[in-house]
Design a protein around this ligand. Structure first.
Ligand code: FO1
Length: 358
C-alpha cells in the first residue's frame, strides 16, 4: 500500500507557501544571533497563547530554546465553521508564525492570494471572514482528517510536522469550546464580534460554551508534568487566555506544576493603558475592570496563576500595586516590534525563571 502522506523535504513545504524572495523568519542582527549561541537553553517551557501577540512571544521562545523544548497551548474558543471547513485561527496563527510563514497582519499566510473568497463573493456567499487560497489548503487538510475521526490534537501535530514547526502546538482541548460575547444587542459568536463587527460593540459578558464539560488532553497533562517553566503570553486575558484556563484540568495541572517549584511568568499585553493589539483594553473596561497592566495582573492573581508578572517600562509606576497582589514584578521592554525584540523578551522571561532556580 502506498504511504498515506508522502514525505516532503521541509524546505520544499516552506517554499510552496512563500513567495519568491520572501524571507521565512524575520532576520536577527549579527549580535542577536550570536547572543543566542551562548544560551544553549534546554528548559522545557509550556506557553499559553492566543493570537498574534502570543504567537510573537512563542516565536521568540522557540528561537531561544533548543528544538522541541517549547510547547504552546493555544486557545480554540475562536474556532469556527465556514464554507464547510473547520478553521482554527489562533492555532494557525501560532503554527504559521512558528513555521516562519505568517501573513503581514500576523494571521493567515504570507504571499496569499484571494481567488476562492473572491469567487464565493461573486456567487453571493457571505464572505466577511476572509480565507486566503493558500490558507484554505490547511482548512481542507484539517477538516478531512477531523471527519475521518482524528483528534484535533493529532491533526495539529500532523500540520506542525508538515510545516516544519520544531515546537509542539497543542489545542487547549479536543472538545468543542466556543467563545461568545454579550453586547447591548445580545449574544454574538466571537468572530461575528471580532471580524464582522470589527470589535465595535461594547462587551458586557463573555462565556466559553462547552468549556465546563471539556477536559485537557493527555498531551497537555504530559507537557505540564515535564515543564520547567510556564509562560502566559501577552495575549488577550479575557478571550485568549480566559478560555484556556476554563478547560477542565488546566488550572489543576498548572497548580500541580507550581507546587513542584515550576515558576509561572505572565507578560502584560496592555501597555500604557492600551492593548498592543485587539480589543482587550476596551473589553476589560466595559466589563468593569481596570484596563491597565494592573487590571491584567489582578485577573491572573485572582486565578492564582502566576509567580511573576512582566510589565513594560511605560508602566513602571504600577509595579508597587502589582507587587501588592503577591506577584514578583519584572519591568522591561515588552513591545515586540521586530524579531530581535521577540527574542529579547523571551530571553528576559526565561532569565526570570532561571534566576529563581539558580
Ligand atoms: N481577521 C480579520 O480581521 N479578518 C478576517 O477576514 C480574518 C480571517 C482569518 C482567516 C483565518 C485565520 O486563521 C484568521 C483570520 N483572521 C481574520 C484573524 C482572526 O479572526 C483573529 O486572529 C483571531 O481569531 C483573534 O485572535
Amino acid at each position: 500500500m502506498p504511504p498515506r502522506t508522502a514525505l516532503v523535504n521541509r524546505s520544499d513545504v516552506r517554499e510552496s507557501f512563500a513567495a519568491p524572495g520572501h524571507r521565512h523568519q524575520p532576520a536577527l542582527t549579527f549580535r542577536e544571533r550570536n547572543s543566542l549561541e551562548d544560551l544553549g537553553e534546554t528548559m522545557r517551557v509550556v506557553c499559553l497563547a492566543g493570537g498574534v501577540g502570543g504567537a510573537k512571544l512563542a516565536e521568540g521562545l522557540q528561537r531561544t530554546l533548543a528544538p522541541g523544548e517549547l510547547t504552546v497551548i493555544v486557545n480554540t474558543g475562536d474556532d469556527l465553521e465556514r464554507h464547510s471547513l473547520t478553521i482554527c485561527p489562533d492555532q494557525d496563527t501560532v503554527m504559521y508564525t512558528l513555521a516562519g510563514i505568517a501573513g503581514p497582519e500576523g494571521w493567515g499566510l504570507a504571499a496569499e492570494t484571494w481567488h476562492v473568497i473572491g469567487g464565493l463573493t461573486r456567487l453571493g456567499e457571505v464572505t466577511w471572514f476572509r480565507l486566503g487560497d493558500r490558507d484554505i489548503a490547511t482548512h481542507l487538510y484539517r477538516t478531512e482528517r477531523l471527519r475521518r475521526g482524528e483528534r484535533p490534537t493529532e491533526v495539529a501535530a500532523a500540520l506542525g510536522r508538515a510545516l516544519g514547526v520544531p515546537s509542539r502546538v497543542l489545542p487547549m482541548t479536543d472538545e468543542a469550546v466556543r467563545t461568545r460575547v454579550r453586547t447591548d444587542d445580545g449574544w454574538l459568536d466571537f468572530q461575528d464580534y471580532f471580524v464582522r463587527l470589527e470589535q465595535a460593540p461594547e462587551v458586557r459578558e463573555v462565556r466559553f460554551e462547552g468549556a465546563g464539560g471539556a477536559r485537557i488532553t493527555p498531551e497537555i497533562a504530559k507537557a505540564f508534568q515535564a515543564a520547567e517553566a510556564i509562560v502566559v503570553a501577552p495575549s488577550n486575558p479575557v478571550v485568549s487566555i480566559g478560555p484556556i484556563l476554563a478547560v477542565g484540568g488546566m488550572r489543576e495541572e498548572i497548580a500541580a506544576a507550581r507546587q513542584r517549584g515550576v515558576r509561572a511568568v505572565g507578560v502584560s499585553g496592555i501597555v500604557g493603558g492600551k492593548a498592543l493589539r485587539g480589543p482587550a483594553d476596551r473589553m476589560m473596561a466595559s466589563m468593569g475592570e481596570e484596563a491597565t497592566a494592573l487590571g491584567v495582573a489582578r485577573r491572573y492573581a485572582s486565578a492564582q496563576l502566576l509567580d511573576v508578572f512582566v510589565i513594560d517600562r511605560l508602566d513602571e509606576a504600577l509595579a508597587g500595586d502589582v507587587r501588592a497582589l503577591g506577584l514578583e514584578v519584572v519591568v522591561t521592554d515588552t513591545v515586540m516590534t521586530d524579531a530581535g525584540a521577540r527574542v529579547r523578551l523571551a530571553r528576559g522571561v526565561l532569565a526570570v525563571v532561571k534566576a529563581a532556580g539558580a
